[in-house]
Design a binder for this molecule. Structure first.
Ligand SMILES: Cc1cc2nc3c(=O)[nH]c(=O)nc-3n(C[C@H](O)[C@H](O)[C@H](O)COP(=O)(O)OP(=O)(O)OC[C@H]3O[C@@H](n4cnc5c(N)ncnc54)[C@H](O)[C@@H]3O)c2cc1C
Length: 479
């Protein structure tokens, strides 16, 4: 008998194994050990478990044979898979290539040791086939996202008129990235989805089995099926895409989501496909300003695919630590309790959001959390572990280039051209966090910024993009 193993991050509506006439049975493994490897946010565990159980139920409804190892068996991933293989007399195993490094190798070794024939389908979490992205990175050493993005647009024809980019520009960044207007702006709420029996059972199970997980499982808020993911996407395109570009970098002390799409947790486990997302956005047509549409498309087919390529191309990134930082994150980052009183307001607010939702939008991750971690001298590996545990969309392939590369500059400037750090003035401009500009300027955040530039002056001095801030720092310090 031949089986396909569907991983928790591959719960597609249409998995390629369904077109494979050789497959007799579908396997799912809920690995207790995998969910305990880090102190994961409860919503991440609920999302993965409920999405897997829904995928199994959908297949069974279609008359497909499904065999599962459930969490209550307390098995690790390979032990669970071995139990399935032995219980169902399997002699061949197929799976979709996993995005995180090492999974395919472990599965192949497992097949070899169990005497199973193996078959691997290409990874469908991305628009770009893995060999193409590898070839691009292999032939464009040191190339930046913008180069990749133009290649991607030309390759796919997305937002192209023949050889010309729509609107005759590749990039509308200059039209985007405004702070919210002074009087505020109405932010359409994301849809509230009713939980079915499967999700309610998972929520109760997670509450019982993982009592120390950050976040409250009862407040779980995400879609867990491809059809609800479509509702989520349609809602974004109808109500938030129009202002996505303009307020992409904006922050607000009282609003966690603004005009962001909230689709990364869904894209990263196959509940949405990149081509569906692109199609839905492009189909919105002239109603959406091109600057917003292009800004969103750039995130999805540019940044997301570029980061995956960077991860594949740079295997050393995971351990990088350019500034040799050693401080470990304190336990309160995980528990959300006993947070020190002097933690600056933006950091405290975003931390509370992460505990509530397992989510923060890009600029909060980069310029509030990431910037604070770097300026405080936290070890990038400790930072990585925290993001991996606390965020509902976090997996190794996307975390390594974003956390180690873009946010913590641990690679010394491969993914980003300069460390993304700022004083309070930038946060105040984009988010009005403090009552006055003066308080922003005199905040802990600003002091941490100057201290960081001072402490790491030697390593930063060669970066021409930091010449002005370094000169300001020297002047402030009377040098
Ligand atoms: C420190 C740090 C950690 C991050 N960790 C993750 C993570 O664990 N998982 C994750 O998917 N993204 C991560 N990102 C990238 C980005 O912040 C999130 O993809 C985005 O905030 C998700 O929210 P959204 O779906 O509302 O995105 P939107 O702002 O609506 O953007 C649309 C989509 O574009 C894609 N995208 C945009 N930027 C990136 C990027 N830099 N890398 C990958 N995809 C991108 C995502 O799929 C996202 O859903 C991280 C960024 C930083 C700076």
């Amino acid at each position: 008998m031949k089986a396909v193993l569907i991983l928790a991050t591959q719960v597609f509506e249409h998995h390629p194994a369904l077109d494979d006439p050789d497959i007799d049975v579908v396997f799912f493994v809920e690995s207790d050990a995998a969910f305990r490897r880090h102190r994961y946010h409860a919503h991440k565990i609920v999302l993965l478990l409920s999405a897997m159980r829904h995928a199994a139920a959908r297949l069974e409804d279609r008359g497909i044979r499904v065999e599962r190892i459930t969490l209550d068996r307390g098995l690790g991933f390979l032990a669970g898979l071995r139990a399935l293989v032995q219980e169902h007399d399997v002699d061949g195993l197929a799976w979709m290539s996993a995005t995180d490094r090492g999974v395919d190798v472990r599965l192949q070794r497992f097949c070899d040791s169990e005497g199973l024939r193996s078959r691997v389908y290409p990874d469908e979490l991305f628009l770009t086939p893995a060999p193409d992205v590898d070839e691009w990175f292999g032939s464009h050493a040191g190339a930046r996202m913008e180069d990749f993005y133009r290649w991607q647009r030309r390759r796919t024809g997305i937002l192209m008129h023949g050889a010309q980019p729509a609107g005759k520009r590749w990039n509308f960044d200059a039209d985007n990235r405004e702070p919210l207007p002074k009087g505020g702006v109405d932010v359409p709420p994301h849809p509230e989805l009713a939980h079915d029996d499967i999700t309610r059972t998972v929520i109760a199970e997670v509450a019982e089995r993982f009592p120390d997980a950050p976040g409250d499982p009862a407040q779980f808020w995400l879609p867990v099926t491809p059809s609800d993911a479509q509702v989520w996407l349609t809602d974004f395109v109808q109500h938030r895409l129009e202002l996505f570009g303009r307020y992409e970098d904006a922050m607000a002390a009282d609003e966690p989501f603004l005009f962001h799409s909230l689709i990364s947790p869904l894209l990263n486990i196959g509940l949405l496909r990149v081509d569906e997302v692109v199609e839905a956005a492009v189909a919105a047509g002239d109603r959406i300003p091109l600057a917003s549409l292009e800004g969103f498309i750039r995130q999805v087919i540019g940044w997301r695919e570029y980061m995956r390529g960077a991860y594949r191309a740079m295997s050393h990134l995971r351990e990088a630590n350019h500034f040799a930082l050693t401080r470990q994150l304190e336990p309160w980052w995980y528990s959300g309790r006993d947070v020190p009183d002097d933690l600056p307001l933006p950091v405290r607010t975003v931390l509370a959001r992460v505990h509530r939702w397992g989510y923060a939008h890009h600029i909060e991750r980069l310029m509030v959390l990431g910037s604070w971690f770097l300026m405080q001298g936290y070890d990038p590996r400790s930072v990585y572990d925290w993001f991996l545990a606390l965020f509902v969309d976090a997996y190794e392939w996307v975390m390594v280039p974003n956390v180690q590369g873009m946010s913590q500059f641990a690679d010394g400037g491969v993914v980003a051209t300069k460390p993304y750090i700022s004083g309070g003035a930038y946060l105040q401009r984009m988010g009005s966090w403090w009552p006055t500009a003066r308080e922003a300027k005199e905040s802990e955040f600003t002091s941490a910024y100057w201290d960081f530039l001072d402490q790491h002056e030697d390593l930063l001095a060669g970066n021409h993009r930091l010449a002005v801030p370094l000169a300001q720092m020297r002047k402030l310090r009377g040098r």
